[in-house]
Design a protein around this ligand. Structure first.
Ligand SMILES: Cc1cc2nc3c(=O)[nH]c(=O)nc-3n(C[C@H](O)[C@H](O)[C@H](O)COP(=O)(O)O)c2cc1C
Length: 346
């Protein structure tokens, strides 16, 4: 398989600026930008609020997914994933980062304030290692049970307003696999959905900085130039639905993130929890893979909520386990200068 290696995944870890807050923020953004986002659209834009010295993480409207995410739910989740990376990276450099979700409706954003020197400056987990190794692994996972202590280490965390539910019984996994496969078939058979996806699927040797090289789906280099064409023109919904059903049925554990409301603040919080789960999974040398299909439209979500017997809103579903193929290539990232406005230094 042809592998592109993107230098963003090996950021310099030493030389953390000791006092200049803006320089510290810039340094930590190297880790924030490695967060996952739907179709790897990276719909974030960072700036510094020079009055308070805080980092503001805003939505970048030119990179939203208009067809597959008409309400911007998946997009707002990405503000949460990148904010969580930033917070965890800051901890590794002995800072405390307080991430507040502010603003109203589609103007919602995240404000992160850094403060110095906690008493327990040594983080117990090497979050930097997890951030730089994290990858959406779409290969098959081994059918095996996760021990109770391991499950607890993965999911014993709190993100206010997000319920983390785990499913490990064969019945539950079959039901979730079934619902996902119905939704993904419908979604991927839609011509408009595939048209937008095709714009985000690239040959493995791509130099584009958003979107996904076809290698992420296990497609080898020589045929990867065909991938965007196939995605756009072939009705591949059945293939995806069979794959999703098998992968979710076989997975050791499925996790569903649920929120009480269904507005941008809930979506950002769900994104934070998604990334926390992802980093913990990576720290445990396990893999994670996200399935948005079962929550992508009102009917699918209603069916899922009914099966899970929840009053709230299922936001996203993931599977975790030990991947059969560990060393998958990373996806590209925009440069910090493409997503960060540092002004004004006057
Ligand atoms: C909110 C959210 C939803 C996602 N939904 C899906 C999905 O439905 N199917 C899928 O294969 N990947 C999904 N992904 C994974 C992204 O495609 C992946 O994060 C992106 O391509 C970047 O790759 P990386 O996670 O390996 O860095 C999702 C990610 C996020 C954050």
């Amino acid at each position: 398989m042809t592998k592109m290696t993107f230098p963003e995944w090996a950021p310099q870890r030493t030389g953390f600026p000791t006092s200049d807050r803006a320089a510290q923020i810039r340094f930590l953004l190297r880790f924030a930008i490695l967060a996952p986002s739907g179709h790897n659209a990276q719909p974030w834009r960072y700036e510094i609020d020079h009055e308070s010295g805080s980092l503001l993480i805003n939505l970048e409207w030119s990179r939203v997914l208009r067809v597959s995410d008409p309400n911007d739910r998946i997009t707002f989740m990405a503000l949460g994933t990148t904010a969580r990376n930033f917070v965890r990276a800051a901890e590794c450099y002995g800072l405390t980062a307080d991430a507040q979700i502010v603003g109203e409706g589609t103007e919602s954003y995240v404000r992160v304030t850094l403060t110095d020197a906690r008493d327990d400056a040594e983080p117990s987990t090497d979050w930097i290692d997890a951030i730089t190794r994290r990858i959406s692994n779409r290969s098959n996972f081994y059918k095996e049970e996760l021990s109770e202590p391991l499950k607890a280490r993965l999911t014993d965390f709190e993100v206010a307003g997000v319920e983390v539910r785990t499913y490990t019984s064969a019945d539950d996994k079959r039901a979730l696999a079934h619902l996902t496969s119905i939704s993904s078939k419908k979604l991927i058979n839609s011509k408009t959905f595939r048209g937008e996806l095709a714009q985000h699927v690239h040959p493995n040797t791509t130099t584009k900085r958003t979107g996904m090289p076809a290698s992420g789906q296990g497609i080898p280099g020589p045929i990867s130039p065909l991938a965007p064409f196939v995605v756009r023109h072939a009705k591949i919904g059945t293939w995806f639905s069979i794959k999703d059903r098998k992968q979710l049925t076989d997975a050791p554990m499925i996790v569903v993130l649920i929120t009480p409301g269904d507005a941008p603040h809930d979506w950002i919080r769900a994104g934070m929890a998604h990334e926390e789960l992802f980093l913990r999974t990576t720290s445990e040398r396990l893999a994670l893979d996200t399935f948005a299909a079962a929550t992508c439209d009102d009917d699918s979500r209603a069916r899922l909520a009914k099966r899970l017997e929840v009053d709230g809103y299922p936001q996203i579903l993931v599977r975790t386990g030990r991947a059969k193929k560990q060393n998958r290539p990373h996806t590209p990232r925009l440069r910090i200068d493409d997503v960060f406005t540092e002004a004004p230094a006057v």
